[in-house]
Design a protein around this ligand. Structure first.
Ligand code: TMP
Length: 212
């Protein structure tokens, strides 16, 4: 399953809380993130977030490269041995940030990402929805390249996440990120538990959609 949302929405906190709860129930959990879930990904993350200017199309491809390697080397093997994978951001971030934020076209960015992952989609995606103005006040440290992208960019990204979630309510759970942490965690756990098998229908790299 994946967590999505703007910066400062509390994704990492909720991902950790869910992992702790599932581990306490005896499940193997792989807690990971994009970009940067693998050693190669750490290098790509550095280039994407803290390097010099990256052309928007190159940005799409670098996120897709991070994702392809992440899925092939970490996510699929974990799902195949029955682990629960919790990823802090996945393909929907590319569709929202590069497709709508950078205005490169959501459909095309989604196609590139699906090709990169061999069609692997999460069984559950939680959107922690937050006004970007509020999110900004929650950030600490120097803003990275994407955090500096401007108010319009972040408003477009938020709207894109919400529109995407509305189109596929079977996969998405949208939560108001200003709710108390424990309340959010309870909603997330209930949805993930209701989804039952966390690693159902793992597609082969060459087949269509599946679940992570
Ligand atoms: P985060 O790990 O702190 O959320 O930072 C990752 C940043 O990268 C965040 O600003 C969102 C951005 N991002 C994209 O623009 N596209 C993507 O596909 C992903 C995974 C992240």
């Amino acid at each position: 399953m994946s967590f999505e949302g703007g910066d400062g929405a509390g994704k990492s906190t909720q991902a950790r809380a869910l992992a702790d709860r599932l581990r306490a129930l005896g499940r193997e959990v792989v807690l990971t993130r994009e970009p940067g879930g693998t050693p190669l990904g750490v290098e790509l993350r550095q280039a994407l977030l803290h390097g010099d200017h990256v052309d928007p199309r190159a940005e799409v491809l670098l996120y897709a490269a991070d994702r392809a390697h992440h899925v092939a080397s970490l996510v699929r093997p974990a799902l195949e041995r029955g682990a629960v994978v919790i990823t802090d951001r996945y393909l929907d971030s590319s569709v929202a940030y590069q497709g709508s934020g950078r205005d490169l076209g959501a459909d095309e960015v989604e196609r590139i990402s699906l090709w990169a992952t061999g069609g692997l989609l999460p069984a559950v995606t939680v959107l922690l929805d937050l006004d970007p103005d509020v999110g900004r006040t929650r950030l600490t440290g120097d803003p990275d390249r994407l955090e500096r992208a401007g108010d319009d960019f972040h408003r477009r990204t938020r709207a894109a996440f919400l529109a995407r979630a509305e189109q596929d309510p079977g996969r998405w759970l949208v939560l108001d990120a200003t709710l108390p942490v424990d309340e959010l965690a309870a909603h997330v756990f209930a949805r993930v538990a209701a989804a039952g098998g966390f690693a159902d229908a793992v597609p082969s790299a060459s087949s269509g959609a599946g679940a992570a």
